[in-house]
Design a protein around this ligand. Structure first.
Ligand code: NAX
Length: 333
């Protein structure tokens, strides 16, 4: 029996991440090769002309799964009957803008979009927030969509995970598929903690824990962590624009694993509502290792934290608590 079509919204649809993302969605990379879909493309009024060009290109891609496209600047239309949401659109940082101002501007956008999701989307909608500050935007969005379970909101740290996995694959001279279970803890910011202590590398037919290699211990605690933390800035310095192709790919990986499930004991990192696991502050969106089954994620439990990791988790948790306080203050204005 053919699958019922689903409705997927992408916000910031005229922007650079969306330009890579839309094609992958429409050709079946995320929801499966047999899943027909409608794409809702939301952006702001001044971008409607650009969006028209994106719609033309989607049409010209001649993709059989794409049943229709709804370009709009109206959140009510954008979020109508939506099954999956990619919230990419956000206010970019402008010169001279303080971090606080950026947070305030974005929190307001995600408050409005939370309200629109609450009123118009399906209650089962899966929401992935990419727009920065992604974790706190996801928290605010969920707060203003109280009729949708909090577990249905997530923030993207998959790009950080993919970056970490790629660094390990290069270091150990193996293909990307031969590295698994590297973790990103905390905020999608420079306080994130890329943790390779449980990562496993398959090489020459055997499996080994990355952490067991004494020769790599210093590299893991120092260069590896800082390369992953600073990778976004390195791409901007080289490209004069922020990561887009890799961000779109990561958004696809995140939603695909949420929608179709993870495989075996291979876990992935997602920013999800914290229940206090690993002594993290409750009720913030914190990136944890998760497994997914039947579209429900569960936090992987029982991983041992050493003193270094405890301190790293505390640091990023504290930053998220501070962002939360600032965001809530803005919402009350
Ligand atoms: P662009 O500036 O190319 O595109 C953003 C688009 O969002 C624009 O078309 C803009 O008009 C639109 N927009 C602004 N306000 C909107 C609103 N209220 N409703 C709908 N659309 C709105 O940025 P792009 O490079 O695509 O990046 C988008 C966001 O992703 C940024 O916030 C960026 O910081 C964030 N990123 C997050 C990453 C992550 O790992 N979580 C990594 C990549 C990226 O830096």
């Amino acid at each position: 029996m053919p699958l019922e079509p689903i409705r997927v919204v992408v916000t910031g649809a005229a922007g650079q991440i969306a330009y890579s993302l839309l094609y992958q969605l429409a050709k079946g990379d995320v929801f499966g090769p047999d899943q027909p879909l409608y794409l809702h493309l939301l952006d702001i009024p001044v971008m409607m002309g650009v969006l028209e060009g994106v719609v033309m290109e989607l049409m010209d891609c001649a993709l059989p799964l794409l049943l229709g496209v709804v370009p709009t600047a109206d959140p009510a239309e954008g979020f109508k009957d939506i099954d999956a949401a990619f919230l990419v659109g956000a206010m970019p940082r402008k010169e001279g803008m303080e971090r606080k101002d950026l947070l305030a501007a974005n929190v307001k956008i995600f408050k409005v979009q939370g309200q629109a999701l609450d009123q118009h989307a399906k209650k089962t909608v899966k929401v992935l927030v990419v727009g920065n500050p992604a974790n706190t935007n996801a928290l605010i969005c969920s707060k203003y969509a109280p009729s949708i379970p909090r577990e249905n909101f997530s923030a993207m740290t998959r790009l950080d995970q993919n970056r970490a996995q790629a660094q390990l694959a290069a270091r150990f001279g193996v293909g990307i598929d031969n590295v698994r279970n590297v973790i990103i803890w905390g905020n999608h910011s420079s306080t994130q903690y890329p943790d390779a202590r449980f990562a496993v590398v398959t090489k020459d037919g055997g499996e080994s824990r990355v952490a067991d290699s004494a020769a790599d211990a210093a590299w893991l605690q120092d260069q590896f962590i800082s390369t992953v933390q600073k990778r976004g800035a390195a791409v901007i310095a080289a490209r004069k624009m922020s990561s887009a192709m890799s961000a779109a790919k990561a958004a696809c990986d995140h939603m695909r694993d949420w929608w179709l499930g993870t495989t075996g004991d291979k876990y992935v990192s997602m920013g999800v509502i914290s229940d206090g696991s690993y002594n993290t502050p409750k009720d913030i969106i914190f990136s944890f290792p998760v497994l997914v089954k039947d579209k429900q994620w569960t936090i992987v439990q029982g991983l041992e934290l050493d003193a270094f990791s405890v301190q790293k988790l505390q640091q990023t948790g504290q930053e998220l608590n501070e962002e939360k306080e600032e965001a809530l203050a803005v919402c009350q204005d």
